[in-house]
Design a protein around this ligand. Structure first.
Ligand SMILES: [Cu+2]
Length: 354
């Protein structure tokens, strides 16, 4: 890497020296012989054709990227609001793509059409009110539409309320792991503060032992969610800024030390069902082909991978940030109830410390 950088710097320095020599040479030339440096009709025509070449290049690379890299996009959204979010994104993409295709073609075509020619003079054209009106009002309407729609979706998605009996879950971020806390039987989170953290008694999230709501809280390192039930997340961070990112559910929220942030969504597709999604099946197949190849070369930890939803940290929070993740399992209500019943409560943990 260092060699590459040094090489790049040397090449750039060489180009700079070459350019400076050229400028120096030019400044030494007499006026009449300097004419050879002025573009003639043939030069301008070549540049005009090169413009078309560049246009084909940008269209080509766009189509190529769509064809080759669409497969790395996320699969279908696994939350109730995710569809709305995706639609907004795709409509924005479509508009940008459409406008970009037309304006680039016009830009390059006019560059060619009005290229310099011997004896041709530029037309002085002050302004045209109607044209200016048209190219102002169309973007205004389109952008206002997108922004209003975006704000409407944002308000819908960010509305964290207690309607429909949501499951209450805390996501606790720290360098470099996640823990989740459920409200327990009463579905109410006990009070907590970093000042109450007591490592010796395993009170790692700083729950208030005197708060009765904390007694039945359940702290886990794997997030289980029942499908179809709204979940209200409350995020805390112990140390620095983290960001709770659940890409398959189209959800992301910063975790800020000293405050509680919120996000809410309803998972709609179980982990089992998502594993059968054709996009996911393809991705697993591609990934495992690479892993098998690496395993054959003796690279460790390259066992076949099975799809799971994940909670990732999406803020560069320190050197092990890349590995700060927690598995999310979306399952049926029965499976969830069975799992949560098997987890120990905070009260039981504290009692065992006495
Ligand atoms: Cu982090």
């Amino acid at each position: 890497m260092t060699t590459l950088l040094i090489f790049t710097v040397l090449v750039l320095v060489a180009i700079a020296v070459w350019q400076m020599t050229k400028i120096f040479e030019l400044s030494q030339l007499k006026a009449d012989s300097a004419n050879s440096q002025i573009a003639n009709d043939a030069d301008n025509r070549t540049n005009g054709y090169l413009l078309f070449g560049f246009l084909i290049f940008i269209y080509g690379i766009t189509i190529f990227s769509f064809a080759k890299y669409s497969k790395v996009l996320l699969p279908e959204a696994a939350s109730a609001h995710g569809g709305e979010y995706d639609t907004l994104m795709w409509i924005s993409f479509a508009i940008i793509f459409f406008v970009q295709t037309i304006t680039q073609a016009l830009l390059h075509y006019f560059g060619y059409k009005y290229r310099g020619e011997e004896g041709k003079k530029a037309l002085f054209y002050a302004d045209n009110d109607r044209l200016e009106f048209i190219w102002t009002i169309i973007p205004v309407i389109v952008l206002a539409g997108l922004i209003i729609w975006g704000l409407y979706s944002w308000t819908n998605i960010m509305d964290v309320n207690d309607e429909d009996d949501p499951l209450i879950v805390e996501l606790y971020a720290q360098q470099f792991n996640w823990q989740a806390r459920y409200g327990g039987e009463d579905n109410v989170l006990g009070d907590a503060s970093v000042r109450l953290i007591d490592i010796d008694r395993a009170n790692v999230l700083g729950l208030d032992e005197s708060d009765p709501n904390a007694t039945d809280d359940v702290i886990v390192k794997e997030l289980h969610l029942p499908v179809g039930r709204k979940v209200n997340f409350y995020m805390r961070s112990q140390d620095v800024l983290h960001s709770a990112y659940m890409p398959h559910f189209r959800a992301q929220m910063n975790c800020v030390p000293g405050m509680i942030t919120e996000f809410s969504f309803t998972p709609t597709i179980t982990t089992e069902e998502m594993r059968l999604n054709p996009d996911v099946v393809d991705k697993v197949k591609r990934t495992n082909a690479i892993r098998a190849e690496q395993a054959a070369q003796g690279v460790p930890n390259k066992d076949p991978w099975e799809f799971d939803y994940v909670l990732l940290c999406n803020k560069i929070c320190g050197k092990s940030h890349y590995n700060m993740q927690m598995k999310i399992i979306v399952e049926t209500e029965e499976e969830y109830n069975k799992w949560i019943a098997e987890q120990g409560t905070f009260g039981a943990l504290m009692a065992s410390m006495e």
